[in-house]
Design a protein around this ligand. Structure first.
Ligand SMILES: [Mg+2]
Length: 237
């Protein structure tokens, strides 16, 4: 079946996430030092990170909701030192503003332009990025994130929700992402086609190979440039 729409992962597919998170942690830490110094003294960046990991471990029902995890962590850090909900919200706002200051991979924007001209694009992310704030929402018909949906990739339901909203069967949708488990295996299990964005030239080490492997989104746009003719198509795509 021909590809008729594309769903895209965001973090580490369109922008690298690690530098974003490091800056967000630093910005929140600076805010805490100014506005909540007693808590900041107890929770420097490494301790705050450990607290957040502990909160995530203790709240598996929030595994799909990084925003709730972050707010709970802040509450656990601030409340014992006499700071209230307004400080939790303000600290989160600092973090979240920086979390949405991403720097896209150089191939991403030109490739999104090319892909969006040919396919409906949707985003499918386990993260809590806000494409309106980031300025990329114009490329996407809609966005589904795990926090709003209530389940995270690789759950098939989140892939199926995207297909249903597109009005397409899963086999007509290509999911594109960097994560072999969450993106490639998840898409495959849900009946979608899969493209692995392998920017680091890593070896594939999972059971089922992706339908496509590309080194970046420019490569993906090139591969999908010409629709395969039914008579001469010798690939699944
Ligand atoms: Mg990713």
């Amino acid at each position: 079946m021909q590809i008729r729409a594309i769903s895209l992962d965001l973090d580490d597919t369109i922008w690298p996430i690690e530098p974003v998170m490091l800056r967000a942690e630093q910005r929140m830490d600076a805010w805490l030092k100014t506005h909540c110094p007693r808590a900041a003294a107890h929770y420097p960046i490494a301790a705050m990170r450990a607290l957040r990991n502990r909160v995530a471990d203790e709240n598996p029902h929030l595994a799909h909701d990084f925003t709730a995890q972050r707010r709970l962590s802040l509450s656990a850090a601030l409340t014992p030192h006499g700071y209230g909900d307004e400080h939790v919200e303000a600290a989160f706002a600092e973090f979240y503003a920086a979390r949405n200051q991403v720097e896209c991979y150089v191939d991403a924007l030109p490739a999104l332009e090319r892909l969006a001209a040919r396919f409906p694009l949707v985003s499918l992310s386990n993260g809590n990025a806000d494409l309106d704030r980031i300025g990329l929402s114009r490329f996407f018909r809609f966005s589904i994130c795990a926090r709003d949906f209530g389940a995270a990739k690789p759950a098939p339901q989140i892939f199926h929700a995207a297909c249903e909203r597109l009005g397409l069967p899963p086999a007509a949708v290509l999911h594109v992402g960097d994560d072999p488990e969450l993106d490639v295996a998840g898409a495959r299990a849900a009946g979608l086609r899969s493209a692995w964005v392998n920017r680091t030239q890593a070896a594939w080490s999972h059971a089922h190979v992706p339908d496509l492997t590309v080194r970046d989104l420019h490569d993906l746009a090139n591969v999908l440039r010409t629709p395969p003719l039914a008579s001469q198509s010798n690939t699944a795509l």
